[in-house]
Structures are given as structure tokens and as C-alpha cells.
Design a protein around this ligand. Structure first.
Ligand SMILES: [Zn+2]
Length: 461
């Protein structure tokens, strides 16, 4: 493999050196273009039916964008390849396009399907790889750092989707892909993140990261140096912006899967204070967020509807030392909501005083110890940040998740469950956890807390 590509490099280098020879080799399936000091060779022998498209449609894009990309990604003493070969192939299996040295390979079958959609943009992406040449640092310097793959692929997709074809909006974060929106998710998702950092913090960051990568000097510290915030901070802030944009909405997939919004983002329809038909003024809706602004005048907020077996997901953001909770299977029989419904504790693990920690089933179940800290597993983010709770409350098994991390599972009414209730303060409450159906209740009298994206999906029958 290696020898082959070396040989190809040599051959294409020779083609560059003998331009007149290359010029003479023009055939219906082979076209050589010289422009602005660059030589492009378009080879379509493997897909003659694409020759016309390649020469009329693709060649102008290559001629315009290759020099642009070279200018976008300069570094001291570096000269990008001046000869670029673009070739249709029929042996690429599922890969749409690839780049190796100064050669770009295009999967003829895939291109035929994508001529009017992704075809040109994929070549722009590969041209960025031809210009990147990050492998050269390690050839010259054994101590060169490695640039992470997500960034190597994110830069071409940033240039492709945000500079070459922004009108296609092909790298948007949507309700559908929001859950996969991580800064290091690579390709167009990382492209979106890079675009955001460019717009918000440092216009030249892509150029600077490219230089570092090419010189074997990439390190995560560079983000802080260039943008003033760590990569993690930037990634969280970027993701949070998209989360807020799609807060209190359901994607089509979620609707199909049976999810329903418990909070519509604009008012408190579907809620009331426990055992009343009113809502106290301590609960307010602000900018799409359900906020407990005054815990002394809020009380427990209760759904109108009862739920039996379900999956519940919500985001909460708690104030320093704040304490709240989510109760389920709450009925009207008890004096207080907690007299009937088990409570999933919510609190600021850092400063709140209650030894029952966030995500625990109050006084009954807690996550195992984290070997790294020797303390119970804690996946919460600090007070003031959004955290996601996911509960699966099902007859066979209940599960608690905090920010995607599973804490534990249990079976309501099982021997183990009943034994734990017996030992706890709930042992003296005859109605506690006895109902298999009931309201969902948000605790409002222990501290300031905000909620959004409160959604539920009934399970079973
Ligand atoms: Zn790529």
C-alpha cells in the first residue's frame, strides 16, 4: 500500500514537471487544467458517463476552491501540493470520497446518486485534506503531537459547510441530531462547533489550529490560549445554546416514540399545586423555563394527569445549596406528596446539607461508590448548570440516570425495596409507595430551581 502511494506521488510529481506531456494527454476521460500556478488532472476513465459532469461542473469548483483553501490554511515554510489529481474509482465500497497525498478518489456509484446534492461538497472536503498534510510533522519530528481525528475531519467540514456551501445548511444542529451534538463528534457536528467558536471567540482559530496541527504542536491548551476558554467549556457552552434553542420541543422521532411534553415552555397548563386547582406565585415561566423563584411561596407542583409506567426526562438547574425533588406515583390520599410518592432527590451536591444526594431515590437507593473518589458516584454538574435526569419507572425495573450515567435500578414492591422502606423514615407511612399510578410532582419548597424539557413517555399498558 505504502509503496503504491509513493509511486503515485512520484508519477503525479512527474506529471507536474512535464506539463506539456500532461496537456497532450487530454482525452474525453482525462483532462488537465493549469491555473494560477496549480495543475489539476481530472480522470474519469472508470466512469466515462461522469466525464462531462466532472469537466463542466466539478472542475470550476476545484479551480476556484483549491487556491482559496490553500490561502485559508497557511503556515510558515509550507507549500501545499501544486498538482492535484481527482479520479473516479469503482473499487471504493462504501466510502464516498477519500484523499491520499495529492490525490482525491471519488466513488463513482456514490457520485452518480449525489451529483446534485453532496458530490461537489465532498470534493471540497477532500481538497482540505490535500492542503492539511498533518502527517508531515511526524516524519520530521518524532516528538510531534497527534491531532485528534475529530479535528482533522472537523476542519474540512467547517470549510465545506460554512464557507463553501452555507446555503445548504447541511451542518445545522437540529432537534433530530441534538442528542449527538458533542464538539468532538467529528465531521459536520465538529464543523458546526468550529463555526461557532470562529463567530463568537476567535475569527482565526481554524487557521491557527491548522498551523499547530501541521507543525505537530497541537494540544488542547491551544483552545484556552486562542479562545480564552477550555475546550470543554467551549463545547458545553456551544451545546447549551442549541439545547436552549430546542428546549420544550419534541422531534418527530420522539413524537413517534410516544413522548409527550409535560411543560409547554409558555405557561403552566397541565400543572397545579398538590391537592389544589391553583398555582402559587413562587412558580413562574421565564424565557421557556419553569422557575421556582420563591420557595417560600411555591409549594409542590403536581401534574393534572396520573402516570403508571413511564420514562421521564427533564433538565434541572439548581441554585447553590438548593434542594428539590421529583416524586412519582403520588396520590391524593396522603397529607403531603411525599407521604405516597417515592422521591428522586435533586440538590446541589456541593453545598446542600441533605446527605441524600442528587439522583438518589430518597433514603432508599444510592449509586455505588466511584473508585476514583471513594464516594458515591456523582455525575452532576455544578450548581448553575443544566443537568439531565432520566427515570425509567416500570413494573419490571426502575432505573435512574444523571447526565446519561446510570446510577442504579430497583423493583418497586420487591422484597429488597420493601426491606429498605421498612428501615427508612417511610416505614411508618402506610401509604408510601403503595400505588402503581399517580401524579408526577416537583418539589418547590426547598430552594430555587429551574426546569425545562420535561417530557414523559408512557410504557406498557
Ligand atoms: Zn475527511
Amino acid at each position: 500500500m505504502r509503496h503504491t502511494s509513493l509511486l503515485l506521488l512520484l508519477v503525479s510529481g512527474m506529471l507536474g514537471a512535464f506539463n506539456s506531456y500532461a496537456q497532450d494527454s487530454d482525452t474525453p476521460t482525462n483532462k488537465v487544467i493549469h491555473a494560477e500556478g496549480y495543475t489539476y488532472e481530472f480522470q474519469s476513465a472508470a466512469a466515462p458517463d461522469l466525464s462531462e459532469w466532472m469537466q463542466k461542473e466539478l472542475a470550476p469548483v476545484v479551480q476556484e476552491w483549491y487556491p482559496k483553501i490553500v490561502k485559508m490554511l497557511p503556515s510558515d515554510g509550507y507549500e501545499a501540493p501544486t498538482n492535484v489529481t481527482i479520479r473516479f474509482r469503482t473499487d471504493m465500497r462504501g466510502t464516498p470520497a477519500s484523499a491520499s497525498g495529492n490525490r482525491i478518489n471519488c466513488n463513482a456509484e456514490w457520485f452518480k446518486r449525489e451529483l446534485n446534492r453532496e458530490a461537489r461538497g465532498s470534493v471540497v472536503h477532500e481538497m482540505v485534506h490535500v492542503v492539511q498534510q498533518y502527517g508531515r510533522a511526524r516524519r520530521d519530528n518524532p516528538n510531534a503531537t497527534r491531532t485528534p481525528g475529530w479535528l482533522i475531519e472537523g476542519i474540512p467540514d467547517y470549510i465545506r459547510w460554512f464557507l463553501y456551501e452555507p446555503e445548504t445548511k447541511g451542518a445545522e444542529i437540529t432537534a433530530r441530531n441534538l442528542s449527538r451534538a458533542k464538539h468532538d463528534a467529528s465531521y459536520r457536528i465538529t464543523g458546526n462547533f468550529l463555526n461557532w467558536v470562529v463567530q463568537k471567540y476567535d475569527t482565526n482559530i481554524v487557521q491557527k489550529l491548522n498551523t499547530a496541527a501541521r507543525e505537530g504542536k497541537y494540544s488542547e491548551d491551544l483552545w484556552k490560549q486562542y479562545a480564552g476558554k477550555s475546550l470543554q467549556e467551549l463545547g458545553d457552552e456551544w451545546k447549551e445554546g442549541h439545547e436552549q434553542r430546542f428546549a420544550n420541543t419534541l422531534s418527530d422521532d420522539q413524537k413517534k416514540a410516544g413522548w409527550k411534553l409535560l411543560f409547554n415552555g409558555s405557561n403552566l397548563d397541565g400543572w397545579r399545586n398538590f391537592k389544589t386547582n391553583t398555582i402559587r406565585p413562587g412558580w413562574q415561566v421565564k424565557d421557556g423555563i419553569l422557575v421556582c423563584v420563591d420557595p417560600k411561596n411555591a409549594g409542590d407542583l403536581c401534574t393534572d394527569e396520573k402516570f403508571t409506567w413511564f420514562e421521564l426526562q427533564l433538565d434541572y438547574n439548581i441554585s447553590p445549596a438548593g434542594n428539590s425533588g421529583i416524586m412519582f406515583h403520588v396520590t391524593d390520599e396522603g397529607q403531603r406528596a411525599w407521604a405516597t410518592g417515592p422521591e428522586v432527590q435533586l440538590e446541589d451536591n456541593e453545598k446542600a446539607r441533605d446527605p441524600q444526594r442528587c439522583g438518589w431515590l430518597y433514603a432508599l437507593y444510592q449509586p455505588p461508590d466511584d473508585p476514583k473518589t471513594g464516594k458515591p458516584l456523582d455525575a452532576t454538574k455544578a450548581a448553575g448548570q443544566w443537568n439531565r435526569i432520566r427515570l425509567v419507572i416500570n413494573a419490571e425495573k426502575c432505573e435512574h440516570y444523571v447526565n446519561g450515567v446510570k446510577y442504579f435500578d430497583y423493583v418497586l414492591g420487591s422484597e429488597d425495596f420493601n426491606a429498605r422502606v421498612e428501615k427508612s423514615k417511610f416505614g411508618k407511612m402506610p401509604l408510601f409507595a403503595k400505588s402503581n399510578t399517580g401524579y408526577v410532582v416537583l418539589q418547590g419548597d426547598h430552594g430555587e430551581i429551574s426546569f425545562r424539557n420535561i417530557k414523559i413517555r408512557p410504557l406498557g399498558d
